[in-house]
Ligand binder design. Structure first.
Ligand code: C5P
Length: 234
């Protein structure tokens, strides 16, 4: 899809807001403020550790699709059981670390599916995190290995840097590509080693864009979100 063909309403479902805060009230406030631009709320380790499963329900009740970014990585049985619990929460996406290998990813996919089915909910998309966008030293061959693990284990998608999307899609065209580490032109990279602009990520073929500090750390968050969307729809 061409960037300029995107309408703001379509784009909203492809923009995930990283709620990297340690308090449910603050998360809900941020989510409410930025709901006109973001259709997906990403709950990561910090917020889930602070607020637990109730924050997921709260965001669903507020109309968000929830992206639970817990990056699971453990023995297959443990990942299966954790994913089964998380699959019953109503999340739309759950991440696991691809470095854990296909057996672990497969256990996670099965647990997630079972948990959602038992709760009568749609089956969430399992996402395999390929290489952290903060990792500047990952060897080049590793992406292919991790994408292959995602395919083998029937994950719905991968999380990768914008610069890895083309290769990931070539290897596995049916996987959705989720891209974090996004920074508008000229803004600080923070701890992201392989950042890109949101426009570059979309042009590379990203399906879901994860946006955190570029908007949440801005002095004027609404303007930052609005400018981000304008830059992608103009
Ligand atoms: O603030 P910033 O836009 O850098 O936030 C990026 C978010 O995406 C964080 O919540 C981080 O945990 C997550 N993430 C990432 N790189 C990955 C996977 C997830 O930065 N490979």
């Amino acid at each position: 899809m061409q960037t300029n063909e995107l309408r703001a309403s379509e784009l909203r479902s492809r923009l995930a807001l990283a709620l990297d805060v340690d308090d449910a009230v603050e998360a809900q406030r941020l989510a409410a403020e930025l709901a006109p631009w973001f259709g997906v709320a990403k709950v990561g380790l910090e917020l889930f550790s602070a607020a637990g499963p109730r924050v997921v329900q709260m965001l669903i009740d507020d109309g968000y699709e929830v992206f639970l970014d817990l990056k699971l990585a453990d023995i297959p049985t443990t990942v299966r059981k954790a994913a089964r619990v998380l699959g019953a929460l109503g999340v739309s996406y759950l991440t696991m670390h691809a470095f854990a290998g296909p057996a672990v990813l497969r256990a996670g996919v099965e647990g997630l599916t079972e948990g959602a089915e038992l709760a009568g909910l749609p089956i969430p998309s399992a996402l395999a995190v390929t290489v952290l966008t903060s990792d500047a030293d990952a060897p080049p061959h590793i992406l292919g290995k991790r994408v292959a693990a995602a395919v083998e284990s029937r994950c719905a998608g991968v999380v990768c840097a914008a610069s890895d999307v083309a290769e990931a899609k070539q290897l596995a065209p049916r996987l959705i590509a989720v891209v974090p580490g996004l920074r508008p032109p000229g803004s600080p990279a923070d701890d992201q080693a392989r950042s890109a602009t949101p426009g570059e990520a979309l042009a590379a073929g990203a399906d879901l864009l994860v946006v955190g500090r570029a908007v949440t750390a801005s002095k004027d968050r609404k303007s930052a979100a609005s400018e981000l969307v304008s830059s992608l729809t103009a």
